[in-house]
Design a binder for this molecule. Structure first.
Ligand code: DAH
Length: 344
């Protein structure tokens, strides 16, 4: 048995010397030292030996096993280092290679202008109303009736407003002002909100007009709100949007849902007030409409005009964006020309 063991040891050693790789080493370990390996089958015979022989042969078997383990480990380490080095040589990263170009998306200028205006008003204490109070599909009731717009008002004409076939009195809203009514129907004053959104008008499309565009509506109703508050808020808005040194003027105007009403102009950003093509020689650019909420509108939604007053305003996002970035054609916003969109 002793010679048997020694023979196995010899052949195992020879195998180890011949080994070329980690996988050879693994194979040798399997062949000799695993449970089904050659050593184990011999060790099984130990039980038939005398106690004396058991001890000596057993000790020899253990010694041989340990030696083989040590040899295998040593070889394994050598091959491991060798294979690792080869792999590192081979897989070396070339950090001088240029990176992959990942095209970057941009926020649409209408969205970024809207976001900018919204955040200015949020800083002035206004909150954005929830979308269900500002639907694009409206009824004449919200778009006109409750806003005190007379039945024969030209804005109601199919020439100006898109009427919907399938909804009785349904329209695509022509202004965000209907959101005022939804808010005042559902909330009690103090109300201090803005409503950004898309509106639709049956326009002939040209460089200044599209058949849909975007507005931001504002409404502030509380006790003791005055025209002075309106001027303060809108002047502050214009200062923050256009920059501090830009004069404004409030011109008397008319809207059915405000009384008194005003249109607000800002000094022309192209000619600094001297008069040019953009401002039609006037030196001023109209940027928004506003006024004190008409008593009839307040009464319509059940707010007592003896106790409360308020102001409202509405502005066109495209117009404000065009003025700020000197864009001369509204259609650029909607043509999806990347050369235009990438500039923002
Ligand atoms: N809705 C008006 C328009 O589309 C803009 C407007 C003017 C809104 C005066 C207002 C306002 O809230 O008070 O032309």
């Amino acid at each position: 048995m002793k010679t048997q063991l020694e023979n196995i040891y010899k052949s195992a050693k020879a195998d180890i010397e011949k080994a070329q790789s980690i996988s050879d080493i693994d194979e040798i370990r399997l062949k000799y030292l695993s449970r089904k390996g050659e050593f184990n089958s011999i060790k099984k015979g130990l039980k038939d030996l005398s106690d004396e022989d058991k001890r000596t042969v057993g000790a020899l078997a253990n010694q041989i096993t340990q030696d083989l383990e040590a040899l295998l480990k040593e070889k394994h380490e050598i091959f491991y280092q060798k294979e690792l080095n080869e792999k590192l040589q081979h897989d070396r990263i070339d950090i001088t290679l240029s990176g992959k170009y990942l095209p970057e998306g941009k926020v649409h200028p209408i969205t970024s202008t809207t976001n900018e205006i919204v955040s200015i008003f949020q800083n002035l204490g206004f909150s954005v109303i929830s979308p269900e109070l500002s639907p694009e599909v409206e009824t004449e009731y919200y778009n006109f009736d409750m806003l005190n717009v007379p039945h024969d008002h030209p804005a109601r004409d199919v020439q100006d407003t898109f009427y919907l076939k399938d909804i009785p009195n349904g329209v695509l809203r022509s202004q965000t002002s209907g959101a005022q009514i939804h808010v005042m129907e559902t909330q009690k004053p103090p109300i201090k909100v803005i409503a950004p959104g898309r509106v639709y008008r049956n326009e002939n499309i040209n460089s200044r007009k599209n058949n849909f565009f975007h507005q931001i509506e504002g409404l502030y109703v509380d006790k003791g709100i005055t025209f002075g508050d309106l001027k303060g808020v809108l002047n502050e808005f214009i200062r923050l949007y256009f920059g501090s040194a830009r004069p404004t003027r409030f011109r008397s105007s008319f809207f059915p849902f405000t009384e008194p009403s005003a249109e607000v102009d800002v000094q022309c950003i192209m000619c600094q007030g001297k008069g040019c093509r953009t401002c039609s020689g006037t030196g001023w650019l109209e940027v928004l409409g506003a006024g004190m909420v008409d008593v009839n509108v307040l009464k319509g939604v059940g707010i007592d005009p003896e106790i409360y007053s308020g102001f409202a305003f509405g502005m066109g996002v495209e117009r404000l964006s065009m003025l700020k970035y000197a864009i001369d054609d509204i259609r650029l916003f909607f043509n999806n020309d990347k050369r235009f969109l990438e500039q923002f």
